[in-house]
Ligand binder design. Structure first.
Ligand SMILES: [Zn+2]
Length: 738
């Protein structure tokens, strides 16, 4: 299958920069065993022919998702019918009397499950962007069934024997490199999912995966409930001390939506917590908001996640052993760029020590300011953001609120389009002839500037609303391919900006602007795709490689070309002053100790939890002991504490994989230096090399090889350390000649 069959929440988890990509995890699908389906309980609910989810995508651009016709009640019958269809298609491949060949087996699989892909794509969009109680009930019911279907495919013995025969055939050498890689990937994924196990082990695997799917679903629903139900309500004007207008307005809106008009509510999400902790002068309220946030999923009540985490870890350890791996981490990392947990740990440990040292310097700077102000306190975790802001002003004379008036969402979007034109030759034209799932969503057609050829569609869903999960992410609705015919891609970018008053431009923060560019980097990865088979297309690459194109694109935000033309004051229309840009530049490494430590402590705990093997784990105790042993600064808390770590416990996707952002950033930092060593950020030759070897190849090439071809060398750690302003280790490789 092409689309991620999320064994749980339906969508990939958030990433460190607040982003996530719903990158497809290439898990196989094929039918076999007797249908485990039960008849739908409702009497003849929506006859399949009338279900718009099953009708195929029609309309312009090779067909578009039928958003205007989708109703929540369509999902269950559509999932069931498309599973049935996929089963029949797979049975035809598995039972083909002809000898197995690449064409009749591996390629045939590429053409199977197309309806299922369409349906699960829309199911994923509703899960992330149009969610509600009615849909959650469907998720709870369907998550284990989708997991079972996935196992049914990988446990189809006849199908696997055919794949194995193609994989082991001497004829494989005659295939194109892309066909060989596809064969390898199909074979490996079946084996990794247990295709070679005996019947007893296979049965146990099915049980484990179904149980995990249910646990993942309840994990995310618990965290969501703690986010929705635990707001801190502010009663009076005095409670708002220090808060800028935008934060006050957000809190007022938060209270109103809770039926508390006239008061203010700090909701229990990152986007509310962070600005409150940054600006609130009321220390005891900062502590309250902070405690509320870091205890999500850890309140000892019905929504507490600790017990299910223990169970998840035990089941994962058992599954890894069944599959022949030392630990869950070893199983997860096998097909990544890092390949082993040891290599990932090595990178994390190399960065951890300098990051902690930097954090200690940051705390000292903050303590000095607090002392000078006569505040009798020792910096605590709920003080970090507040005093960091004061240090930023004192050290760099930079006030975030001074920057914001220049960062208009729509102007920056135009800036991103311009960058995509310079680097990849794309043009963007708004279109209004395709349906959307919400009036806030807008669509652009992407074309090749030189030839005018259609490239794909870009959907943009920028604003927060009820039923949409927090954070930002990219999604591929359809992958580029030219296997049966030319198919163009459809991608989307999603975020949670607060909508302005009608007619007012939406102003965003610098870090939000970085996230905007980040997600657009994922979109460009999809739009540049130029491969034959959909399974290998666009962003369907290893988890620790997929964040490389997106993190790389963040670098273009701060180029003078973008800022001078697109960072315009929303009232005067004047470009951001060069002095202010210089200050932003100078402060670019500011607070990297904090950012790196809060991220890396989460990544290290994630990896260690999954290296611990089958020992029984008490998540709270494990977290405390691990952080103690690491020497975690007591002024910082993990970015995602274990009981709320959706990346890791809302699905398998980022489990033992949160390190991926650092791994990708090593590549990112090194790759951008290819531009700065050349003619700069808009060096056409380097951009073309990047397109050819990275952005267009999807998963048709081993990522380490692809990177080496682009860069002429492997990425060392030096560029990463420079990017974060940490000392470059003397033993690391020398900077190469250009
Ligand atoms: Zn990302």
């Amino acid at each position: 299958m092409r689309k991620l069959l999320f064994a749980g929440a339906g969508v990939a988890a958030l990433v460190s920069a607040g982003c996530a990509t719903t990158t497809q995890e290439v898990r196989e699908a094929a039918p076999s065993s007797p249908p485990a389906q039960t008849a739908p309980a409702e009497p003849a609910a929506a006859a399949p022919v009338e279900n718009p989810l099953l009708a195929g995508w029609s309309g312009p651009y090779g067909g578009v998702p039928p958003f205007e016709k989708v109703r929540v009640e369509h999902f269950k019958p559509a999932l069931e019918a498309s599973i049935e269809e996929y089963r029949r298609e797979l049975a035809a491949i598995a039972n083909n009397p002809a000898a197995p060949t690449f064409e009749n087996t591996i390629a045939a699989l590429e053409d199977a499950g197309r309806t299922y892909d369409d349906v699960t794509t829309l199911y994923g969009i509703w899960g992330s962007s149009m969610n509600g109680p009615e849909f959650q009930a469907i998720q709870r019911e369907m998550a284990p069934r989708l997991a079972a279907f996935s196992d049914e495919i990988t446990q189809n013995e006849k199908l696997f024997q055919r794949i194995e025969a193609v994989y082991n055939s001497p004829d494989k050498a005659k295939l194109t490199p892309e066909q060989q890689r596809l064969t390898w990937l199909r074979y490996t994924n079946f084996v990794r999912a247990g295709a070679k196990l005996d019947a007893g082990a296979k049965k146990r695997l099915v049980d484990i995966n179904q149980r995990l799917a249910s646990l993942y679903t309840s994990f995310s629903q618990n965290v969501l409930a703690d986010e929705e139900n635990h707001a801190v309500v502010l009663e009076s004007e005095a409670d708002l001390a220090g808060l800028p207008d935008s934060v006050r307005a957000g809190a007022a809106a938060g209270a109103e939506s809770r039926g508390l008009k006239g008061k203010w509510a700090v909701t229990n999400t990152r986007s509310s917590m962070e600005p409150f902790l940054t600006y609130s002068a009321r220390r005891e309220l900062r502590e309250k908001v902070w405690r509320n946030y870091v205890n999500r999923g850890d309140n000892g009540d019905a929504r507490d996640n600790n017990q299910s985490i223990s169970e998840v870890l035990a089941l994962r350890a058992e599954r890894a052993k069944l599959l022949g791996y030392q630990t869950h981490a070893h199983w997860r990392l096998e097909n990544t760029m890092a390949k082993t947990p040891e290599r990932a740990m090595q990178l994390m440990e190399a960065v951890w020590t300098p990051a902690v040292a930097r954090a200690r310097e940051e705390v000292a700077d903050m303590q000095a300011i607090a002392n000078k102000e006569g505040a009798k306190l020792k910096i605590e975790p709920w003080d970090y953001r507040y005093y960091a802001e004061k240090v930023r002003k004192a050290k760099y004379d930079l006030d975030q609120n001074e920057v914001k008036p220049y960062l208009q969402l729509e102007k920056l979007r135009e800036g991103m389009f311009w960058v995509a034109g310079e680097l990849f030759g794309f043009s963007f034209t708004p279109v209004s002839n395709v349906p959307v799932y919400h009036p806030d969503v807008r669509v652009w057609e992407v074309k090749d500037k030189a030839s005018g050829k259609h490239v794909g569609l870009w959907y943009f869903d920028p604003y927060a609303r009820q039923g949409k999960r927090s954070g930002a992410w990219m999604n591929a609705y359809r992958n580029q391919e030219r296997f049966k015919s030319e198919v163009s891609t459809i991608v989307s970018n999603n975020s949670n900006f607060v909508k302005g008053a009608p007619g007012e431009p939406v102003l965003i923060s610098w870090s939000d602007a970085e996230t905007l560019f980040h997600e657009f980097g994922h979109a460009l990865h999809g739009l540049n795709s130029n491969v034959t088979y959909p399974t290998l297309s666009g962003t369907a690459v290893a988890r620790d490689y997929v964040e490389f194109p997106s993190q790389l694109l963040e670098h273009w935000l701060s180029t003078p070309e973008v800022l001078n033309t697109y960072a315009l004051h929303y009232q005067t229309g004047k470009p951001i002053p060069s002095e202010l840009v210089a200050k932003i530049e100078k402060a670019s490494n500011f607070n990297q100790g904090f950012g790196t430590v809060e991220y890396l402590s989460s990544a290290l705990v994630d990896m260690k939890l999954h290296l611990a093997g089958s020992q029984k784990i008490d998540p709270d105790a494990f977290e405390r002991d691990t952080l103690g042993a690491l020497g975690m600064p007591k002024e910082i808390v993990m970015r995602h504490r274990t009981p709320q770590f959706g990346h890791v416990f809302a699905g398998d996707g980022y489990s033992a994989g949160y390190y991926s952002y650092l791994w990708s950033d090593t590549l990112t930092a090194d790759a951008f230096e290819a531009f700065t060593e050349g003619k700069g950020a808009y060096d056409r030759t380097v951009a073309e090399r990047l397109r050819k070897n990275v952005f267009s190849v999807g998963n048709t090439v081993d990522p380490a090889e692809a990177y080496r071809t682009f860069r002429g060398k492997d990425a060392g750690i030096d560029a990463l350390m420079r990017k974060r302003g940490f000392p470059v280790p003397g033993t690391a490789q020398k900077k190469p000649a250009k």
